[in-house]
Design a protein around this ligand. Structure first.
Ligand code: ADP
Ligand code: MG
Length: 318
């Protein structure tokens, strides 16, 4: 049977020209460019909590890195290196082969190097720590929103939650819609290029992992502000259009987790710059509302009435 070290060598060791020292010693060694800050973030995926135990291992490897890249994007950091702490119930080489293929597929796309980790036996649990670089003072913090800023989001909202609702039998999607929504759930596209393009343009950013209202709520809290959001402006896929008038669709768009789109605020004066970024990146960027002085978040329906967001909000412990 393969030893722990054989597994690490076979599945998780690649050339790491961007590190001083990669996998194989007691610690990796990194050189951070002068004038740069190191951005560090960790995200853990737990079987049964964040994914079904039988999820395709390629998708899991991809997603374990994707959710971390998304945090770099939200800070406007250039992702550089990652470590992987892996707890596995058994050594399944086919599973590991697919898992590492998924992880490295996305790592290669973003030129991120796996420089270390830990491998142990235990319940299936994946923990990636990502490190990136950002010029001193250029990171987009949650605390930067200013009253009067436009609130923007990338992509479309709620498709991952809609896929989950389908898997749980709450809706019956068409075959075409299942494919699109499932890929949003299993292989979200971290908006790294957008994060970088927003340096010096946006006042703040966050990635949407727990749902728009929850994550925008973090911006509002950290920035001591409120927001008014226009429900009809929220970007939704063609699959989602069918459900927008129903509580399920409202829940998915306002509070569905796992989207990994960016929510960011930009002064009105810089609207056209955001529009240019959208064109350059061929990425849908939508203005969904405004930052307000009154410290609460209001969502307005098309007729001007206030949407009761409590009804559609997300509760972590439900
Ligand atoms: P130590 O006992 O000193 O912590 P380990 O035996 O845990 O070292 O790991 C040996 C080397 O392999 C280290 O460089 C570690 O970073 C790396 N490593 C362990 N598991 C992984 C993994 N899943 N992916 C990438 N590198 C790993
Ligand atoms: Mg170790």
């Amino acid at each position: 049977m393969a030893s722990e070290f054989d597994l690490i060598r076979r599945f998780f060791t690649r050339a790491t020209p961007g590190a001083v020292l990669g996998v194989g010693d007691d610690a990796a060694l990194l050189h951070v460019g002068s004038g740069m800050e190191l951005a560090v973030s960790t995200d853990m995926l737990v079987s049964g909590t964040h994914f079904f135990p039988d999820t395709d291992p390629f998708s899991l490897g991809y997603k374990a890195l994707a959710v971390n890249l998304s945090d770099m994007a939200a800070m406007a950091a250039q992702p550089r290196w990652a470590t992987l702490a892996l707890s596995l119930p058994e050594v399944d080489e086919i599973w590991l082969e697919k898992f590492s293929a998924g992880l490295f597929a996305l790592a290669d796309e973003h030129h991120v190097e796996l420089i270390g980790g830990d491998t142990t036996r235990g319940p299936l649990n994946l923990c990636v720590t990502i490190m990136g670089e950002v010029p001193r003072g250029a990171a987009l913090r949650r605390s930067g929103a200013q009253v009067g800023d436009d609130v923007w989001v990338s992509g479309v909202l709620g498709d991952a939650a809609l896929a989950l609702a389908h898997m749980q039998g709450h809706v019956q999607l068409t075959a075409k819609d299942i494919a699109a929504c499932t890929s949003a759930l299993h292989q979200p596209m971290p908006r790294v290029a957008l994060g970088l393009a927003l340096r010096g343009v946006a006042h703040c950013a966050i990635d949407i992992s727990d749902g728009l209202l929850a994550d925008l709520g973090h911006i509002l809290e950290c920035s001591n502000a409120g927001a008014e959001i226009v429900f009809a402006a929220l970007p939704a896929s063609s699959a989602m259009q069918l459900y927008l008038e129903q509580p399920l669709g409202k829940h998915c768009v306002l509070a569905g987790g796992d989207d990994y789109e960016l929510c960011f605020t930009v002064s009105v004066a810089h609207r056209s710059e955001v529009e240019k970024i959208a064109v350059n990146l061929e990425l849908r960027l939508t203005r969904i509302g405004t930052i307000t002085a009154e410290k609460k978040c209001i969502v307005r329906a098309a007729d001007g009435s206030v949407v009761n967001i409590e009804e559609f909000g997300y509760d972590h412990f439900r």
